[in-house]
Design a protein around this ligand. Structure first.
Ligand SMILES: [Mg+2]
Length: 345
């Protein structure tokens, strides 16, 4: 798959995909997608030259001929690298750079400034505004390739870091920070568009005993295996998270409470019958509280849903553990009082 001759840029797209350690730079679903290089320049010749030199090299070139178009394309495409001309009529490159760095969507995209100006004050200003690199026109293509390649590596590392910041190191599930962000976004979407949504809180029963009896490494192994059970039983659109300690949460977009309870019941039954690798004599169970909308929009902030799911979890614990208790919000418009508890198991 890789270019055998060490021919520089021609293998950099694959490099970018394959050299990222255990987690690739791009999501698995993007593996067949070439990284996008966005060129923003008012000169047709520059576009032609760059496209001719880079197009066959494993990147997808997207072209913008002015600043506003460049900013719009950067937002829409989230390119791996931007090549930005400073000298453009109307909105100049500095203004575009400011726009890119002021937008959460594009703030981390590496920008290589292309300019005929070789005055060091221009370079300093570009770097101060957040440029990653600077190439003076007329550019040497070998140098430009090398700089694009370096910028793609930087983009790779930034994406890797962003991924890691969202992942719980022990279980590989989304961490608490990621949960908070995703859940707030789901609740906003629910309040705006009325799609059903559900939330489950899961807590392994008597987990402390595992740590106390077998030690923390055994406890960690249990958490990892349970995370695997959750992942094996949720749907692809569900977002399983480690909430903290032995507590987990599952965000279930576009799912009413009843369906959410069915998914949770699968997880409960699966853990009950699970044989642990290191401690086959051990059996563990989980208590699960579920809440969710049932058609009507629930006008509650994210914490309100978490409280409701926590109360259902508390009821599951208090009524004997190893069960799913669902406390959906009622159908009545505007109603936010808890519905009847539905126990399974
Ligand atoms: Mg120009």
């Amino acid at each position: 798959m890789r270019c055998a001759g060490g021919c520089g840029l021609s293998d950099f797209a694959l490099d970018a995909h394959l050299n990222g350690g255990e987690q690739g730079i791009y999501l698995v679903s993007d593996l067949n997608t070439q990284p996008v290089v966005l060129v923003i320049d008012d000169s047709v010749d520059v576009h032609r030259l760059i496209a001719a030199r880079l197009k066959s090299e494993g990147v997808q070139i997207v072209s913008a001929s002015d600043g506003p178009q460049g900013l719009a394309l950067a937002r829409a495409q989230r390119p791996a690298v931007v090549l930005l001309d400073l000298d453009m009529p109307g909105m100049d490159g500095y203004a575009v750079l400011r726009g890119l760095k002021n937008d959460q969507c594009t703030v981390n995209v590496p920008v290589i400034v292309l300019s005929g100006m070789s005055d060091s004050s221009d370079k300093v200003q570009a770097f101060e505004l957040g440029a990653t690199d600077y190439v003076t026109k007329p550019f040497d293509f070998a140098e430009l390739r090398a700089r694009v390649k370096a910028a793609l590596r930087l983009d790779h590392l930034l994406r890797l870091l962003a991924d890691r910041a969202e992942i719980d190191g022990l279980t590989g599930l989304n961490n608490r920070a990621s949960f908070n962000k995703r859940w707030a976004a789901e609740v906003n979407e629910h309040r705006r568009y009325g799609h059903p949504v559900s939330l489950a809180m899961l807590d392994i029963d008597h987990f402390k005993k595992v740590n106390d009896t077998f030690g923390h490494p055994a406890g960690d192994a249990v958490l990892q295996e349970f995370a695997g059970i959750i992942q094996a039983n949720v749907r692809s659109t569900d977002v399983p998270c480690r909430f903290g300690g032995e507590e987990f949460a599952i965000i279930m977009p576009h799912t009413a409470a009843g369906d959410a309870a069915t998914v949770c019941e699968r997880i409960r039954a699966s853990l009950q019958s699970h044989v642990f690798r290191r401690h086959p004599e051990h059996r563990l169970t989980v208590s699960i509280g579920v809440t969710g909308s049932q058609g009507a929009v629930v006008d509650l902030p994210p914490e309100g849903w978490i409280e409701q799911a926590d109360q259902a979890l508390y009821r599951a614990k208090n009524s004997g553990r190893n069960r799913v208790v669902a406390a959906p919000f009622p159908n009545a418009p505007g109603g936010t009082a808890p519905g009847p508890a539905v126990a399974a198991a």
